[in-house]
Design a protein around this ligand. Structure first.
Ligand code: NAD
Length: 260
């Protein structure tokens, strides 16, 4: 879709050994960016994944372990990367339960990983972007950053917070050739979504097929999942010159969900 216009830029993608983060990493690498992949694990397969992407796209790729639930590790990720032209705050988890039964440790973990990590990585990346005189911050929020669903209190609160943080970051960098935007995906069939199907089956007393059709895609007028490649290409677009004046806003990739 895009030529290699990101050659020479370094992109850090948090939570990128799976799902949307990995899809975004592939599309950024296709556009020529060197990559820093991340998750909280440090397995051989994490490093093998970095080698595989490097070979496939002809860019430099490193894997750096950092737990996005810990502020100091978020900041250390950016410091260890040594450069950060593009920051994609993607790491996220989910838990589905009614508020009165919602475990406090799940609330704390979701707020830390899905929201607070972006504050820390952004704070660490901005001095590097300011020094380079250019930067792109892309926060992977959610349709749940703009709307709500029952049983997702922490997730919806965190994603609305990400949209707010996006706006503030954009205002603080508006005159510095740095942009910050949030992408708001609808449902994408990744391990995160797979994992919430059993709990949702329980909450609604439904079969797996009914949860997919009548709960998840019921909200998505296109009746199709968005794909990780589409989210990657949206991220690449936000890094292009065409998007230089797009900042502080949300881009929905949700098959029409938020138009309802
Ligand atoms: P996923 O489970 O496939 O990927 C989540 C990634 O985050 C993984 O790489 C995981 O290792 C990483 N991660 C989790 N905890 C971490 C931690 N403590 N430290 C570092 N990394 C950690 O899920 P996904 O669907 O690809 O989700 C990616 C992002 O997209 C999340 O922020 C999610 O909220 C958002 N999102 C997903 C959907 C969807 O339908 N899948 C929709 C809207 C938004």
């Amino acid at each position: 879709m895009f030529q290699k216009f990101l050659t020479g830029k370094t992109a850090i993608v948090t939570g990128s050994n799976s799902g949307i983060g990995l899809g975004v990493a592939h599309q950024l690498a296709k556009a020529g960016a060197d990559l820093v992949l991340n998750s909280f694990t440090d397995r051989d397969e994490d490093h093998a994944l970095a080698e595989e992407l490097a070979k496939q796209h002809g860019v430099k790729v490193r894997y750096i372990k950092a737990d996005m639930s810990k502020g100091e590790e978020c900041r250390a990720l950016v410091e260890k990367a040594g450069a950060c032209d593009i920051l994609v705050n993607n790491a996220g988890i989910q838990h589905v339960a009614p508020i009165q039964d919602f475990p406090t440790e799940k609330w704390d973990a979701i707020i830390a990983i899905n929201l607070t990590s972006s504050f820390h990585t952004t704070a660490a990346a901005l001095p590097m972007m300011r020094k380079a005189g250019w930067g792109r911050i892309v926060n992977i929020a959610s349709a749940h950053g703009l709307t709500a669903s029952p049983f997702k209190s922490a997730y919806v609160a965190a994603k609305h917070g990400v949209v707010g943080l996006t706006k503030v970051t954009a205002l603080e960098t508006a005159q510095e050739k740095i942009t910050c935007n949030a992408i708001c995906p609808g449902y994408v069939l990744t391990p995160l979504v797979e994992a919430q199907i059993p709990d949702t089956m329980k909450e609604y007393n439904m079969s797996r097929d009914d949860v997919i059709k009548n709960v998840m895609l019921q909200r998505q007028p296109s009746k199709e999942f968005a794909t990780v490649e589409e989210l990657g290409d949206t991220t690449v677009f936000l890094c292009s010159d065409a998007a230089a004046q797009i900042t502080g806003t949300t881009i929905s990739v949700d098959g029409g969900w938020t138009a309802l």
